[in-house]
Design a protein around this ligand. Structure first.
Ligand code: MN
Ligand code: MN
Length: 296
């Protein structure tokens, strides 16, 4: 179990992440730049005493996750876009990971947007110590099938540890038979993804989000300095050049990728081109109940 002080840090990181999520979702209007939303969301997290646990993901339509704009990205929201904002702050190692979905300027896919929220809220009602992971998956799957949608079966929720966004077990979005039971004191992200497509994602283009693959001495002292900066600033968690307060960060990231030190995450695309919605909360398992930490 977390100490009362650490639990307060977890709650604060969660609250700030949730407020940033709501700010981002509220900005998704036709003509607004994705870049501006990402900067506002991340700026909010930093202004409120947290660091970034990962870059603000702004994934539209058939892209399920892992899109974040670069510094030069001029793309804007269009009417009908199904936008997932997934963001997170970290405070002394304690992470909030949360996501929501909106449809920009129209209401043609309200059922799809809402069903991932319904699935998440259904899980929130019974999540707690002793609940098997497959039961969470079954609840997500049944909720979506009843409404005529599919869960994305190869995207999962996950355990969260200190300074580690994806640690330990995965939480399926369908009944995969995993009978591992949740334990008290665990931090876990529940994130149902719904689609009107087949229900699977594949890797798309290499995206702007990167992670550290390995450490290796760098010949260029500026590259080395940049590497030290990102290790310190992002706690070895995923990051992107846009979020770096470092000269020529885009160039440095490219150089470190070439040296095999950083690796970029591919954008994740629904295999049949289906539209995707996602809602995510972080929970703290405390006895029979799960406390949502990512409420504004
Ligand atoms: Mn997330
Ligand atoms: Mn997550």
């Amino acid at each position: 179990m977390l100490s009362p002080e650490d639990l307060e840090k977890l709650r604060k990181a969660g609250r700030v992440s949730a407020e940033a999520r709501e700010l981002g979702l509220s900005m998704c209007e036709p003509g607004v730049k994705l870049y501006d939303v990402a900067q506002e969301v991340e700026g909010y997290i930093r202004k409120h005493g947290c660091k970034l646990a990962f870059p603000c993901n702004i994934s539209r339509n058939e892209i399920a996750a892992h899109y974040t704009p670069s510094c030069t990205d001029a793309s804007v929201f269009e009417i009908g876009d199904i936008v997932k904002i997934d963001c997170g702050g970290i405070l002394d190692g304690y992470i909030g990971d949360t996501a929501g979905t909106v449809e920009v300027g129209s209401r043609s896919h309200t059922d799809l947007v809402e069903i991932s929220k319904t699935a998440r809220n259904t899980v929130a009602e019974f999540i707690g110590e002793g609940v098997p992971l497959c039961e969470i998956g079954r609840a997500v799957e049944m909720t979506m099938h009843k409404a005529g949608f599919n869960p994305i079966v190869n995207l999962c929720g996950h355990q969260i540890a200190q300074n580690n966004l994806h640690a330990g077990f995965s939480v399926p979005n369908y009944d995969n038979g995993d009978d591992y039971k949740l334990e008290s004191g665990t931090i876990v992200a529940i994130e149902p993804f719904a689609t009107d497509g087949k229900g699977q994602i594949k890797n798309g283009k290499p995206g702007n989000i990167v992670r550290i693959l390995r450490e290796r001495p760098l010949a260029d002292p500026k590259d080395q300095e940049f590497f030290e900066y990102v290790k310190e600033e992002f706690f070895q968690q995923p990051f992107c050049a846009r979020s770096c307060d470092f000269p020529d960060a885009e160039k440095r990231v490219k150089s470190l990728i070439r040296h095999g030190i950083l690796s970029s995450y591919a954008e994740l695309v629904e295999v049949s081109g289906g539209l995707v919605s996602q809602h995510e909360y972080t929970f703290y398992i405390d006895g029979k109940r799960g406390e949502v930490t990512t409420l504004p």
